[in-house]
Design a protein around this ligand. Structure first.
Ligand code: CA
Length: 232
């Protein structure tokens, strides 16, 4: 099994060292960076499997870095786990909106951190079908990761792609938030169901006109549905 390479971007040396020691102790390879520039230098050299990103950093903030790495072709599918000292909801949402896959609030236990890292690593595995699926003008190619609506290309983040991939392969069925966490995220033990809402919102925005195909089923969850007229 490949050893996971974890880039830890944290400016407090004591915390960074502690995380590094714990990750190494559990068979992962930890690379430490004190700010965005140092982190970028590591990324340019070897692409990490996961980035642990502190919110408050000297120079560019964790949010700015998450946005930058999401927009960069090299890092756009690399899972980012935000570390935040704040526990309030708007900050968590801002982190997810910036492209983070998950967040973890300080102080956290080593077990929780390891579980979250394993979860984001596993999330890359489920629903990796490489076929082409079409629903109501939407087309998704699992092999090339291309999505289009009525032949217009659509850009999606990695989580939104996986979510749409799952919904398209199981169209017309209603999925609860916890089912989606299980099937799309791969592990819902430590992730709040609210996370699903955030990614559904992002998916709808990215889909533009086709966003209406992603329906909210009140009190139950979400469903991808194609109007009968355009259904092939
Ligand atoms: Ca910090």
């Amino acid at each position: 099994m490949k050893i996971a390479r974890v880039l830890v971007v944290e400016d407090e040396p004591a915390i960074a060292e502690l995380i590094g020691v714990n990750l190494r102790h559990h068979g992962m390879l930890a690379v430490l960076a004190g700010d965005g520039d140092a982190a970028q230098a590591h990324i340019d050299e070897v692409l990490p499997d996961v980035i642990l990103l502190d919110w408050m950093l000297p120079g560019q903030s964790g949010i700015q870095l998450a946005r930058r790495w999401r927009a960069d072709a090299r890092t756009k599918t690399t899972p980012i786990l935000m570390l935040t000292a704040r526990g309030d909801e708007p900050d968590k949402i801002a982190g997810l909106d910036a492209g983070a896959d998950d967040y973890i609030t300080k102080p956290f236990s080593t077990q929780e951190l390891l579980a979250r890292i394993r979860a984001v690593l596993r999330r890359r595995a489920p629903e990796q079908a490489s076929d082409v699926v079409r629903v109501g003008g939407l087309q998704l190619d699992g092999a090339t990761h291309r999505v289009s609506f009525n032949d217009q290309a659509i850009k999606l983040g990695p989580t939104e792609f996986k979510l749409l991939n799952y919904l398209m392969h199981h169209a017309e069925r209603v999925h609860s938030r916890s089912q989606l966490l299980d099937r799309v995220w791969g592990d819902h033990v430590f992730i709040e169901e609210r996370t699903v809402d955030v990614h559904v919102k992002r998916l709808r925005e990215a889909l533009g006109e086709a966003g209406v195909l992603v329906e909210t089923v009140r009190g139950v969850g979400y469903r991808l549905t194609a109007p009968a007229v355009v259904k092939a």
